[in-house]
Ligand binder design. Structure first.
Ligand SMILES: Nc1ncnc2c1ncn2[C@@H]1O[C@H](COP(=O)(O)OP(=O)(O)OP(=O)(O)O)[C@@H](O)[C@H]1O
Length: 579
């Protein structure tokens, strides 16, 4: 193990103990109660004997019976309460870990969200490993340590020489067991990684379920999923193997120490240095050590699983996240004038290669601005930069003259309504979906937004109206309905800037006309910036910005650009701007 890995393991172990720290009192009480339960269990046979003896002697039995009954009740209550407290604490540890993870995940930057399925498994599956590692393992090993130390003290009193010999054998064999702990942790981490891979592969299939079926790709996807399942099985069997090696070594350690003590002790008895009774007592104590030793090894393996889980949870905490902004003020100003936007010498690349090159333009408040350009020219990227999903590598983007980097994120995004081209809809009711960006909207505002997007007839025609469930990703809706819901959602927030990635083919002629009227109306109170795919959109636009491979190529109005820009002429005449 390299020094770096050793340092990291140390840090991970410290992190695991941090999950334990807030619950240390509950763990201590739970441990003591469990201990008390065991102790009363040990005393019960003695009390039963006392009852029998009293019956035999025809003496008063009430006293012993009350003591026995008391011990039974006390033992059951203590053991029950101890178990409840430990399990409750375990649930508390899992809850805290899950809480931290989900808070982090929703704050991740958009580019950090690579494998959602794997993230889900970290929240649901990895955290459960933490529960026994951070509670049962800690309490059991503490109890086992007390028993171990007690046994060793008694053995030291009986014969320090024999203790030295058996101790040396035990340390050697247990040292060998501790060597496999790293392997257990690695194998367990492999299991969790493979479970994450299953989640990621499953998410991939379920996210494009219709495509998978339409492509008759079920067999291919099943074999990919089964490969991930097999990988998990491989690591699980490896974990089982190393666990049994650890337990086996602990067993061998005790047996070996037993034999060595029997041999050397026997010789010392023969030489008259040790009484037979002391040797027998010593061997009994040694024999009794096997219980706490196997508990310690078991706890150590559980702890290793916890270490593996904490490691993967730490990776989530280290993923790039957006700054947590202070809660946005709930009181919105009554009037929200349109905001202007400006890009000055902005460059940006998702990876090493830039996709936006030194772009500059001004969008004054109000009106409709249309971006046009070939596929991949960088139109959506400009929207993402305005929403601050990504930071530009150089240059400044401002809204209302203020650098977007200086706006608190929630406030910045509170100014903008964003209608994405694929108009994502979340599982839930129509009402949830439309009010999603403005949960405080009144019923009147809601119906106004529905009217503007021509959704009123559709909604009133549904038996459950706005409470109709839309299904996973809105599968019960048509493409056009999804599009209009996305627009209603954006409008309900009364945006100062409306970003619209125009749908290429979702709306029929009547609804398209209605939408154009809506956009014209919105442009009176907000700055509308559209990624245009239709000739009608650019013809109505107040200004058009033509993008070519991440650069601004030309700006102007439709007639002006038709005359002066060959690429625009080409786009206007071709499918990219369908008339
Ligand atoms: N998340 C991403 N990671 C890496 N590269 C990306 C990412 N998103 C887009 N790109 C690349 O950036 C370039 C610009 O993409 P962008 O989506 O902005 O183009 P666009 O003009 O909106 O295209 P379209 O009209 O087809 O939607 C493309 O070359 C694309 O491959």
């Amino acid at each position: 193990m390299s020094a770096k890995e050793a340092r990291m393991r140390g840090e991970v172990r410290r992190l695991l103990l941090e999950h334990v720290r807030p619950h240390r009192r509950a763990l201590a009480v739970g441990g003591v109660l469990g201990f008390a339960g065991t102790a009363t269990g040990l005393a019960q046979p003695l009390a039963a004997k006392w009852v029998m003896d009293s019956v035999g002697a025809r003496g008063p039995v009430w006293g012993p019976v009350v003591v026995l009954a008391g011990l039974v009740v006390l033992g059951a209550v203590a053991a029950g309460a101890g178990t409840y407290l430990l399990e409750r604490t375990a649930a508390g540890v899992v809850r805290a870990a899950r809480g931290q993870l989900v808070t982090r995940i929703v704050r991740l930057r958009v580019d950090a969200l690579d494998r959602p399925g794997d993230l889900i498994s970290r929240v649901t599956s990895d955290t459960t490993l933490l529960s026994s590692a951070a509670t049962q393992a800690v309490v059991n090993s503490a109890n086992a340590l007390v028993m171990l130390i007690g046994g060793i003290v008694m053995m030291a009193v009986l014969d320090p020489i024999l203790l030295g010999i058996s101790g040396a054998v035990l340390v050697l064999a247990l040292g060998a067991a501790s060597l496999v702990m790293t392997r257990i942790s690695r194998a367990q981490e492999g299991v969790q990684r493979a479970v994450g891979d299953i989640g990621a592969a499953l998410e991939r299939v379920l996210g494009a379920f219709r495509t998978v079926k339409a492509s008759v790709a079920e067999d291919r996807e099943t074999s990919k999923l089964r490969a991930a399942v097999d990988e998990a099985w491989r690591f699980e069997t490896s974990t089982a193997k190393w666990n049994s090696v650890a337990r086996g070594s602990a067993g061998i350690a005790v047996q070996l120490a037993f034999l060595v003590v029997l041999g050397t002790g026997g010789a010392r008895v023969a030489a008259g240095d040790l009484g037979v009774s002391s040797l027998v007592a010593f061997l009994l104590y040694l024999f009794n050590l096997s219980q706490p030793i196997s508990t310690l090894v078991q706890s150590a393996t559980e702890f290793q699983s916890g270490v593996a889980a904490v490691r993967r949870m730490r990776e989530v905490q280290q993923m790039p996240a957006e700054a947590v902004a202070a809660a946005a003020s709930t009181v919105e100003p009554a009037s929200r004038p349109p905001a202007g936007a400006s890009f000055r010498n902005v460059s940006f690349g998702y990876r090493a290669d830039p996709v936006i090159h030194d772009v500059s333009f001004e969008i004054p408040p109000g009106g409709v601005t249309a971006f046009v350009g070939e596929s991949g020219a960088g139109k959506t990227t400009l929207f993402s930069l305005l929403e601050r999903f990504y930071e530009p590598t150089s240059g400044t983007i401002s809204i209302d003259g203020r650098d977007v980097a200086d706006w608190p994120l929630t406030e910045l995004r509170g100014q903008i309504g964003y209608v994405e081209q694929d108009a994502p809809v979340l599982a839930g009711s129509l009402r949830d979906n439309i009010c999603y960006s403005a949960p405080g909207a009144t019923e009147e505002e809601l119906w106004q937004a529905l009217a503007k997007t021509r959704l009123t007839d559709f909604v009133t025609g549904l038996p459950a109206g706005l409470d109709t469930e839309v299904g996973h990703r809105g599968t019960t809706l048509s493409g056009g309905q999804r599009q209009r819901i996305a627009i209603a959602r954006a409008l309900l927030r009364r945006p100062r800037i409306l970003l619209m990635d125009e749908a290429t083919s979702q709306l029929d002629a009547a609804n398209e006309l209605a939408l154009r009227e809506t956009v014209t109306e919105v442009a009176r109170t907000a700055t509308v910036i559209m990624i245009a795919h239709r000739l009608s959109t650019v013809m109505d636009a107040d200004r058009i910005i033509v993008l070519e491979r991440g650069r601004v190529r030309a700006q102007g109005r439709h007639a002006q650009l038709l005359r002066g820009d060959s690429l625009y002429r080409e786009l206007a005449g071709a499918q990219l701007l369908a008339g």
